[in-house]
Structure formats: C-alpha cells, structure tokens
Design a protein around this ligand. Structure first.
Ligand SMILES: Cc1ncc(COP(=O)(O)O)c(C=O)c1O
Length: 384
C-alpha cells in the first residue's frame, strides 16, 4: 500500500527458521529459548544487569511499579511527551501520574529541572523515556532525586522502549536507573510482535518481578516438566506476563541483528539530516544532543508554527509516504480529564508540531530522498 511505510520489519529466513525450530522442539512457552534470550540480552547490556523476558513493554513497566511497591497515595513523575503506557501503568497501580515537561524544542526528553521541581514527599518513582533513542540527561535527573532530601526511596525507571543498543555517556540505556523496561513491539528496533524485557541489577526487584510475572508461583511449568519441582507455592498474588518461546527465538535472531540494524538506521538519519538542513518550515531536533550513541528509533522533525500538519501528512500520503505523530499529550485524552494534570507547555507545543518520517533499517537512501523531495515541495507551498 505504501511506497515508503513508516516502518518495515527487518526479517528474513533466520527468523523463519528460528520459529520452525521452536515448533519442532514441542515446547512453546517460557523454556530454554526464553532463558537464552534473557541471558544473551543481559550479556548484551552488560553492567551487571539481570533480565526477565515479559509479554510486552507495558508488562515490564507494570511489573517495575508493582515490584517497587508503588500504589495508592503515591505520585510517579512521567514525561508528558511519551506513549500513554507510562501513565496508564501508574494509574493501574492506583498511583497518580505527575506529567513533567520536555526540555526544549531541540531536546524533547524530560527536563531534569522540571523533574527537580516536581518531586514531593509523595513521589515514589520517576519514569523517564529515551525519546527516539536519544538518552535523557540521566546525571542531573539522578542528582535531583538524590539531593531532594526526601527520606523514602524514589525509584528511577527507564522506559527504554526506544533505546535498545543506545547509551548515556557510555552506560547502556536501561541499566542506569533501578529498572529498565524494553519493548519488542513490531515497530521497535528489536521486534518480535509483542514482547518486552525488565532489566535490573537489584536482586530484590528481580525476585519480586519474577514472581509477579508468573502468578506469584515459586516454580515454573518448565521446572516441573524437567523434574526440578513437583509442586509450587504462591508467594504473592501475580499475573501472567510471560514470554513464549516463539518470540524468544525471534528475539535472539533480532538481538544478533540489532547493532547492524541500528547502524543502518543511522545511515538514513545522516541522509535525512543532510537533505533537510536549512529547509524552511521545519527544524530537526536533537541536533546538539551529545550524550551518547542514539538508537534512531524514529526520525522526528519539528514543523514551524502555522504549518498545517494534517494537510502535510495528507500530501505525503498521496505520494505513498506514511508519517506519524509522537505523541499526543495525555492532558488531552478524554480518559485523563479526571487527573487534574498540570500543564506542560513545551511538551504540548512539541506535540502539536512534531512529525515522524519513515525510518527502518532496510529503508533505501532513495526512499529517504523521495520523502525529502516530497516534504520539501509540500513545505514550499505551505510556508508561502
Ligand atoms: C515509549 C514507549 N513506552 C512503552 C511502550 C509500550 O510497549 P508495548 O507496546 O510493548 O507494551 C511503547 C511502545 O509501544 C513505547 O513506545
């Protein structure tokens, strides 16, 4: 349907074969492949992290909050400019999401200064999102928490849905805070359809999250199948957020491909940046960002005020080019009207002007050029 889709899978025979092997093994859920995926993902990140494979990124975030005992009466700081999963999980555990503004028109990430200002004695956790795979400025955020003088532990949770393979000043994203939460949804840098990973160096959080992932049970079906356990205890109420073997097998192949796939994304981003530099009607964010290696999950541009975004997206669509928006602000959602949320003017402004252009590892430079040509001609008319 699209000449240039927003995203396309980086799949080939290796993924096909991996899935066939699992079917032939006759073990479909949380078995050896899942364990191997967890082990290999932990090795990939390094930094002493342990991994729990889960059914999606939202499950990882939910487990992180549950393991940190976040609940009613607690506040959790959440960036206003992110996917709604972050504030949804906060509300699902009965806590209050406190929306925090972005830094600037160049750095869309959560503002460390605004984090500092939003901390209160009720704050139990801070969720940060490495927008587009550009890491947040974690040093000042951590310092704000440490220097707040607040007596209870405030958990720092990294939503690393956009950031597998990225780093902040040399430290892998997802291993900087208390917990890292990855998503392996179809359109992510590492994609398995639905899947996620919870990463932590804390043995206590890992043990709790491990139980919560599988009904609070002390042993798994695999343990019993392999004769390691005859029965089980239930140590706390839990959920079923397990990953299955098919997705773990896909994850292993995708993990092997990830470093190259991220470099392939970067080639496209360089071309976009060269081609779009100086284009009237837009600016390219994260131009002065120098905090590490980004993963280039998406390619966002910021349209000038007054440019009719829906019209521009329609013009791209007519040329077979898919585009998107990351993200609407939660203050506007009908289901969030009871939240008495503070305004976040920078995030709101970005949300109204951001446009996401196609980006994926197998995209050709010719496709990048096609997008740039069309966008520039539409903007030339729109800016008049
Ligand atoms: C920033 C962010 N957080 C959380 C999620 C939720 O992940 P999932 O769809 O795997 O539940 C996503 C992606 O969908 C995301 O982009």
């Amino acid at each position: 349907m699209w000449t240039v889709p927003l995203f396309d899978l980086n799949y080939d025979d290796r993924e096909m074969q991996a899935v066939q092997e699992v079917i032939a093994s006759r073990w479909l859920t949380m078995g050896e492949k899942t364990r191997e995926f967890e082990k290999r993902f932990a090795e990939f990140l390094g930094n002493g992290s342990a991994c729990l494979a889960v059914s999606c990124g939202t499950a990882a975030l939910h487990l992180a909050l549950l393991a940190a005992s976040v609940g009613p009466g607690d506040e959790v700081l959440v960036p206003a400019l992110t996917f709604v999963a972050d504030s949804n999980v906060v509300r699902m555990v009965g806590a209050k999401p406190v929306f925090v503004d972005s830094t600037s028109a160049d750095d869309f990430n959560i503002s460390p200064g605004a984090v500092k200002a939003a901390l209160t004695p009720r704050t139990r956790a801070v969720i940060v999102v490495h927008y587009g795979g550009y890491s947040c400025d974690m040093g000042p955020i951590r310092a704000a928490i440490q220097e707040s003088g607040l007596s209870r532990k405030i958990y720092l949770i990294e939503d690393t849905a956009h950031g597998p393979g990225g780093d902040y000043k040399g430290t892998p994203c997802g291993t900087i805070g208390d917990v890292g939460c990855f998503s392996f949804f179809s359109n992510k840098n590492l994609s398995v359809g639905e899947g996620g990973m919870l990463v932590t160096a804390s043995k206590t959080l890992l043990r709790k999250a491990g139980h919560l992932r599988s009904h609070g049970m002390s042993s798994l079906t695999l343990d019993r199948h392999q004769g390691r356990a005859l029965s089980y205890d239930v140590v706390r109420p839990g959920l079923n957020y397990r990953m299955d073997e098919l997705r773990a097998a896909l994850g292993l192949v995708q993990l092997d491909k990830l470093p190259r796939a991220n470099r392939q994304r970067f080639e496209k981003v360089k071309r976009y940046r060269e081609r779009l530099a100086g284009t009237s009607g837009l600016q390219i964010p994260f131009s002065s960002w120098d905090l590490g290696s980004p993963t280039h999950h998406i390619f966002p541009v910021l349209l000038d005020r007054g440019i009719d975004r829906p019209n521009l997206m329609q013009g791209l669509k007519e040329a077979g080019i898919q585009s998107s928006i990351h993200y609407p602000v939660p203050q506007d959602f009908s289901g969030f009207q009871d939240q008495q949320a503070a305004e976040t003017p920078i995030a709101r402004d970005l949300s109204q002007r951001e446009l996401t252009l196609p980006l994926f590892p197998t995209m050709t430079l010719k496709q990048v050029d096609l997008v740039c040509d069309r966008l520039q001609s539409l903007l030339a008319v729109a800016s008049k």
